[in-house]
Design a protein around this ligand. Sequence first.
Ligand SMILES: NC(=O)c1ccc[n+]([C@@H]2O[C@H](COP(=O)([O-])OP(=O)(O)OC[C@H]3O[C@@H](n4cnc5c(N)ncnc54)[C@H](O)[C@@H]3O)[C@@H](O)[C@H]2O)c1
Length: 267
Amino acid sequence: MSAVRSVLVTGAGRGIGEATARRFADAGYLVGAYDLQPCAWAEGDARIVTGALDVTAPAAWEEALAELTARSGGALDVLVNNAGLLYGTPFMDASYERDSALVDVNVKGVLYGCRAAHPYLAGASAPTVVNVCSASAIYGQAEMAVYSATKFAVRGITEALDLEWGPEGIRVCSVWPLYVGTGMLEGVDTAGMRNMGVRLTEGDVAGEILDLAEQTRREPSGVLGRIRGVLGREVHRPVGRQAAAMYLASQLVPSRIIRLTNQRLTS
Ligand SMILES: NC(=O)c1ccc[n+]([C@@H]2O[C@H](COP(=O)([O-])OP(=O)(O)OC[C@H]3O[C@@H](n4cnc5c(N)ncnc54)[C@H](O)[C@@H]3O)[C@@H](O)[C@H]2O)c1
Protein backbone atom coordinates (compact mmCIF):
# COMPACT_ATOMS: atom_id res chain seq x y z
CA MET A 1 0.00 0.00 0.00
CA SER A 2 1.48 3.33 -1.01
CA ALA A 3 2.40 6.02 1.51
CA VAL A 4 1.27 8.74 -0.89
CA ARG A 5 -1.12 8.32 -3.83
CA SER A 6 0.81 8.33 -7.07
CA VAL A 7 0.05 8.66 -10.75
CA LEU A 8 2.17 8.23 -13.86
CA VAL A 9 1.05 10.27 -16.88
CA THR A 10 2.63 9.71 -20.31
CA GLY A 11 2.83 12.39 -22.98
CA ALA A 12 2.70 14.96 -20.18
CA GLY A 13 4.83 17.58 -21.95
CA ARG A 14 1.79 19.44 -23.25
CA GLY A 15 -1.91 19.18 -24.06
CA ILE A 16 -4.16 16.69 -22.25
CA GLY A 17 -1.19 15.02 -20.53
CA GLU A 18 0.06 18.28 -19.01
CA ALA A 19 -3.43 19.29 -17.90
CA THR A 20 -3.95 15.84 -16.35
CA ALA A 21 -0.63 15.88 -14.49
CA ARG A 22 -1.38 19.35 -13.12
CA ARG A 23 -4.90 18.29 -12.07
CA PHE A 24 -3.61 15.25 -10.14
CA ALA A 25 -0.88 17.33 -8.47
CA ASP A 26 -3.51 19.83 -7.31
CA ALA A 27 -5.54 16.89 -5.93
CA GLY A 28 -2.61 15.87 -3.72
CA TYR A 29 -1.04 13.08 -5.77
CA LEU A 30 2.66 12.49 -6.31
CA VAL A 31 2.81 12.85 -10.09
CA GLY A 32 5.20 11.24 -12.56
CA ALA A 33 4.99 13.50 -15.62
CA TYR A 34 6.84 11.83 -18.47
CA ASP A 35 7.30 12.58 -22.14
CA LEU A 36 9.97 12.10 -24.80
CA GLN A 37 11.85 14.85 -22.93
CA PRO A 38 11.45 15.85 -19.27
CA CYS A 39 8.54 18.30 -18.91
CA ALA A 40 9.96 21.83 -18.67
CA TRP A 41 6.73 23.12 -17.11
CA ALA A 42 7.16 20.74 -14.12
CA GLU A 43 10.71 21.65 -13.19
CA GLY A 44 11.06 22.91 -9.61
CA ASP A 45 7.65 21.56 -8.56
CA ALA A 46 8.23 19.21 -5.59
CA ARG A 47 4.91 17.42 -6.25
CA ILE A 48 6.09 16.24 -9.64
CA VAL A 49 8.78 13.83 -10.81
CA THR A 50 9.59 14.39 -14.46
CA GLY A 51 11.80 12.54 -16.89
CA ALA A 52 12.11 11.07 -20.36
CA LEU A 53 9.89 8.11 -21.21
CA ASP A 54 9.41 6.97 -24.78
CA VAL A 55 6.36 4.75 -24.42
CA THR A 56 7.56 2.48 -27.23
CA ALA A 57 10.65 1.45 -25.19
CA PRO A 58 10.03 -1.19 -22.49
CA ALA A 59 13.30 -0.41 -20.69
CA ALA A 60 12.29 3.25 -20.38
CA TRP A 61 9.02 2.15 -18.74
CA GLU A 62 10.91 0.03 -16.20
CA GLU A 63 13.20 2.94 -15.34
CA ALA A 64 10.45 5.52 -14.98
CA LEU A 65 8.31 3.26 -12.81
CA ALA A 66 11.24 2.39 -10.54
CA GLU A 67 12.10 6.10 -10.22
CA LEU A 68 8.56 7.19 -9.38
CA THR A 69 7.61 4.35 -7.04
CA ALA A 70 10.84 4.82 -5.06
CA ARG A 71 9.19 8.08 -3.98
CA SER A 72 5.68 6.68 -3.40
CA GLY A 73 6.37 3.75 -1.09
CA GLY A 74 6.70 1.13 -3.84
CA ALA A 75 3.26 1.16 -5.48
CA LEU A 76 1.51 2.99 -8.31
CA ASP A 77 -2.12 3.99 -7.80
CA VAL A 78 -2.97 5.38 -11.22
CA LEU A 79 -1.52 4.94 -14.71
CA VAL A 80 -2.68 7.35 -17.41
CA ASN A 81 -1.72 6.09 -20.88
CA ASN A 82 -2.08 9.41 -22.66
CA ALA A 83 0.81 9.73 -25.14
CA GLY A 84 -0.47 9.63 -28.69
CA LEU A 85 0.08 10.61 -32.31
CA LEU A 86 -2.39 11.56 -35.02
CA TYR A 87 -2.32 12.20 -38.70
CA GLY A 88 -5.53 13.34 -40.25
CA THR A 89 -5.25 12.99 -44.03
CA PRO A 90 -6.69 10.75 -46.71
CA PHE A 91 -5.17 7.31 -46.11
CA MET A 92 -3.07 7.26 -49.30
CA ASP A 93 -1.50 10.68 -48.59
CA ALA A 94 0.44 9.18 -45.64
CA SER A 95 3.16 6.50 -45.67
CA TYR A 96 4.24 3.15 -44.22
CA GLU A 97 6.43 5.04 -41.74
CA ARG A 98 3.58 7.19 -40.43
CA ASP A 99 1.30 4.16 -40.14
CA SER A 100 3.96 2.40 -38.06
CA ALA A 101 4.58 5.41 -35.84
CA LEU A 102 0.90 5.64 -34.91
CA VAL A 103 0.62 1.93 -34.17
CA ASP A 104 3.85 1.99 -32.14
CA VAL A 105 2.92 4.93 -29.91
CA ASN A 106 -0.88 4.59 -29.68
CA VAL A 107 -1.09 0.79 -29.37
CA LYS A 108 2.25 -0.67 -28.30
CA GLY A 109 2.80 2.25 -25.92
CA VAL A 110 -0.41 1.34 -24.07
CA LEU A 111 0.39 -2.39 -24.03
CA TYR A 112 3.92 -1.83 -22.74
CA GLY A 113 2.67 0.62 -20.10
CA CYS A 114 0.09 -1.83 -18.79
CA ARG A 115 2.60 -4.69 -18.74
CA ALA A 116 5.33 -2.71 -16.98
CA ALA A 117 2.99 -1.05 -14.46
CA HIS A 118 1.03 -4.15 -13.42
CA PRO A 119 3.33 -5.24 -10.56
CA TYR A 120 3.21 -1.73 -9.08
CA LEU A 121 -0.57 -1.41 -9.52
CA ALA A 122 -1.07 -4.77 -7.84
CA GLY A 123 0.46 -3.34 -4.66
CA ALA A 124 -1.80 -0.26 -4.54
CA SER A 125 -5.21 0.40 -3.04
CA ALA A 126 -7.94 1.29 -5.60
CA PRO A 127 -5.53 1.01 -8.54
CA THR A 128 -6.79 2.41 -11.84
CA VAL A 129 -5.52 2.50 -15.40
CA VAL A 130 -7.06 5.24 -17.54
CA ASN A 131 -6.35 4.87 -21.24
CA VAL A 132 -6.88 7.98 -23.33
CA CYS A 133 -8.95 6.56 -26.16
CA SER A 134 -11.12 8.64 -28.51
CA ALA A 135 -14.60 9.02 -29.97
CA SER A 136 -13.02 7.65 -33.15
CA ALA A 137 -13.20 4.23 -31.47
CA ILE A 138 -17.00 4.36 -31.96
CA TYR A 139 -16.94 4.06 -35.75
CA GLY A 140 -13.98 4.17 -38.19
CA GLN A 141 -13.34 7.78 -39.22
CA ALA A 142 -12.62 8.78 -42.81
CA GLU A 143 -9.26 10.60 -43.14
CA MET A 144 -8.26 9.08 -39.81
CA ALA A 145 -8.23 5.37 -40.66
CA VAL A 146 -5.00 4.52 -38.87
CA TYR A 147 -5.73 6.72 -35.87
CA SER A 148 -9.21 5.22 -35.58
CA ALA A 149 -7.77 1.72 -35.85
CA THR A 150 -5.32 2.41 -33.03
CA LYS A 151 -8.09 3.73 -30.80
CA PHE A 152 -10.22 0.64 -31.53
CA ALA A 153 -7.19 -1.30 -30.31
CA VAL A 154 -7.05 0.81 -27.14
CA ARG A 155 -10.75 0.08 -26.65
CA GLY A 156 -10.03 -3.66 -26.92
CA ILE A 157 -7.05 -3.54 -24.55
CA THR A 158 -9.15 -1.62 -22.01
CA GLU A 159 -12.09 -4.02 -22.12
CA ALA A 160 -9.91 -7.13 -21.99
CA LEU A 161 -7.69 -6.01 -19.14
CA ASP A 162 -10.62 -4.68 -17.14
CA LEU A 163 -12.07 -8.21 -17.24
CA GLU A 164 -8.71 -9.89 -16.62
CA TRP A 165 -7.48 -7.62 -13.84
CA GLY A 166 -10.84 -6.80 -12.25
CA PRO A 167 -10.69 -9.82 -9.90
CA GLU A 168 -7.33 -8.51 -8.64
CA GLY A 169 -8.98 -5.18 -7.87
CA ILE A 170 -7.33 -3.27 -10.72
CA ARG A 171 -9.76 -1.16 -12.70
CA VAL A 172 -8.99 -0.47 -16.36
CA CYS A 173 -11.08 2.21 -18.06
CA SER A 174 -10.85 4.81 -20.80
CA VAL A 175 -11.94 8.30 -21.78
CA TRP A 176 -13.36 9.04 -25.23
CA PRO A 177 -13.13 12.71 -26.20
CA LEU A 178 -14.07 14.04 -29.63
CA TYR A 179 -11.88 16.91 -30.90
CA VAL A 180 -9.86 18.73 -28.22
CA GLY A 181 -8.11 22.05 -28.89
CA THR A 182 -4.50 20.93 -28.40
CA GLY A 183 -1.34 21.01 -30.49
CA MET A 184 -2.29 17.58 -31.86
CA LEU A 185 -4.84 19.19 -34.18
CA GLU A 186 -2.41 21.78 -35.60
CA GLY A 187 -2.41 21.37 -39.37
CA VAL A 188 -5.30 18.88 -39.27
CA ASP A 189 -8.21 19.90 -41.49
CA THR A 190 -10.52 16.94 -41.98
CA ALA A 191 -14.16 17.24 -43.02
CA GLY A 192 -15.20 15.60 -39.73
CA MET A 193 -13.38 18.24 -37.74
CA ARG A 194 -14.90 21.07 -39.79
CA ASN A 195 -18.41 19.63 -39.45
CA MET A 196 -18.28 18.82 -35.74
CA GLY A 197 -16.01 21.61 -34.54
CA VAL A 198 -13.46 21.61 -31.72
CA ARG A 199 -15.48 22.07 -28.55
CA LEU A 200 -13.38 20.52 -25.80
CA THR A 201 -10.37 21.79 -23.86
CA GLU A 202 -7.59 19.69 -22.36
CA GLY A 203 -9.00 20.63 -18.93
CA ASP A 204 -12.33 18.95 -19.80
CA VAL A 205 -10.55 15.66 -20.45
CA ALA A 206 -8.19 15.98 -17.47
CA GLY A 207 -11.18 16.50 -15.16
CA GLU A 208 -12.80 13.26 -16.33
CA ILE A 209 -9.56 11.30 -15.94
CA LEU A 210 -9.13 12.48 -12.34
CA ASP A 211 -12.79 11.76 -11.66
CA LEU A 212 -12.46 8.16 -12.88
CA ALA A 213 -9.48 7.57 -10.58
CA GLU A 214 -11.30 9.10 -7.62
CA GLN A 215 -14.45 7.10 -8.47
CA THR A 216 -12.47 3.86 -8.07
CA ARG A 217 -11.33 5.08 -4.68
CA ARG A 218 -14.90 5.71 -3.54
CA GLU A 219 -16.07 2.22 -4.55
CA PRO A 220 -16.45 -0.42 -1.85
CA SER A 221 -13.48 -2.77 -1.51
CA GLY A 222 -13.38 -6.55 -0.95
CA VAL A 223 -16.20 -8.82 -2.09
CA LEU A 224 -18.68 -5.96 -2.53
CA GLY A 225 -16.23 -4.14 -4.73
CA ARG A 226 -15.71 -7.22 -6.86
CA ILE A 227 -19.46 -7.70 -7.33
CA ARG A 228 -19.79 -4.04 -8.24
CA GLY A 229 -16.91 -4.42 -10.68
CA VAL A 230 -18.54 -7.34 -12.44
CA LEU A 231 -22.04 -5.85 -12.53
CA GLY A 232 -21.88 -2.24 -13.30
CA ARG A 233 -18.54 -0.57 -13.42
CA GLU A 234 -18.11 2.14 -16.02
CA VAL A 235 -15.43 1.12 -18.52
CA HIS A 236 -15.64 3.77 -21.24
CA ARG A 237 -16.45 7.41 -20.56
CA PRO A 238 -17.28 9.67 -23.50
CA VAL A 239 -16.14 13.25 -22.86
CA GLY A 240 -18.51 16.05 -23.86
CA ARG A 241 -22.06 16.04 -25.17
CA GLN A 242 -21.20 15.19 -28.76
CA ALA A 243 -19.18 12.09 -27.86
CA ALA A 244 -21.82 11.05 -25.30
CA ALA A 245 -24.59 11.27 -27.92
CA MET A 246 -22.50 9.37 -30.49
CA TYR A 247 -21.61 6.68 -27.97
CA LEU A 248 -25.21 6.26 -26.84
CA ALA A 249 -26.42 6.10 -30.45
CA SER A 250 -23.83 3.42 -31.23
CA GLN A 251 -25.33 1.28 -28.45
CA LEU A 252 -28.93 1.73 -29.62
CA VAL A 253 -29.06 2.40 -33.35
CA PRO A 254 -28.44 -0.20 -36.12
CA SER A 255 -24.92 0.01 -37.54
CA ARG A 256 -26.17 0.93 -41.04
CA ILE A 257 -27.62 4.14 -39.64
CA ILE A 258 -24.43 4.84 -37.72
CA ARG A 259 -22.49 4.35 -40.95
CA LEU A 260 -24.74 6.79 -42.82
CA THR A 261 -24.42 9.39 -40.04
CA ASN A 262 -20.63 9.06 -40.07
CA GLN A 263 -20.59 9.34 -43.84
CA ARG A 264 -22.47 12.65 -43.62
CA LEU A 265 -20.33 13.98 -40.77
CA THR A 266 -17.02 13.17 -42.43
CA SER A 267 -17.65 14.25 -46.02
N1 LIG B 1 -6.61 16.44 -29.34
C1 LIG B 1 -7.66 15.70 -29.67
O1 LIG B 1 -8.54 16.13 -30.45
C2 LIG B 1 -7.86 14.33 -29.07
C3 LIG B 1 -9.13 13.74 -29.14
C4 LIG B 1 -9.31 12.45 -28.62
C5 LIG B 1 -8.26 11.80 -28.02
N2 LIG B 1 -7.03 12.39 -27.97
C6 LIG B 1 -5.93 11.64 -27.37
O2 LIG B 1 -5.44 12.34 -26.26
C7 LIG B 1 -4.07 12.00 -26.04
C8 LIG B 1 -3.26 13.28 -25.85
O3 LIG B 1 -3.42 14.07 -27.00
P1 LIG B 1 -3.18 15.66 -27.04
O4 LIG B 1 -4.30 16.23 -27.79
O5 LIG B 1 -2.84 16.19 -25.71
O6 LIG B 1 -1.89 15.66 -28.01
P2 LIG B 1 -0.54 16.50 -27.99
O7 LIG B 1 0.05 16.27 -29.33
O8 LIG B 1 -0.77 17.88 -27.53
O9 LIG B 1 0.31 15.74 -26.87
C9 LIG B 1 0.76 14.43 -27.05
C10 LIG B 1 2.03 14.24 -26.26
O10 LIG B 1 2.46 12.88 -26.46
C11 LIG B 1 3.88 12.91 -26.56
N3 LIG B 1 4.41 11.73 -27.25
C12 LIG B 1 4.39 11.45 -28.58
N4 LIG B 1 5.06 10.31 -28.83
C13 LIG B 1 5.50 9.86 -27.63
C14 LIG B 1 6.24 8.72 -27.22
N5 LIG B 1 6.70 7.82 -28.11
N6 LIG B 1 6.50 8.56 -25.89
C15 LIG B 1 6.06 9.47 -25.00
N7 LIG B 1 5.37 10.57 -25.31
C16 LIG B 1 5.09 10.76 -26.62
C17 LIG B 1 4.20 14.19 -27.32
O11 LIG B 1 5.55 14.59 -27.12
C18 LIG B 1 3.18 15.15 -26.72
O12 LIG B 1 3.70 15.88 -25.63
C19 LIG B 1 -3.65 11.16 -27.25
O13 LIG B 1 -3.69 9.79 -26.93
C20 LIG B 1 -4.72 11.48 -28.27
O14 LIG B 1 -4.89 10.44 -29.22
C21 LIG B 1 -6.82 13.65 -28.45
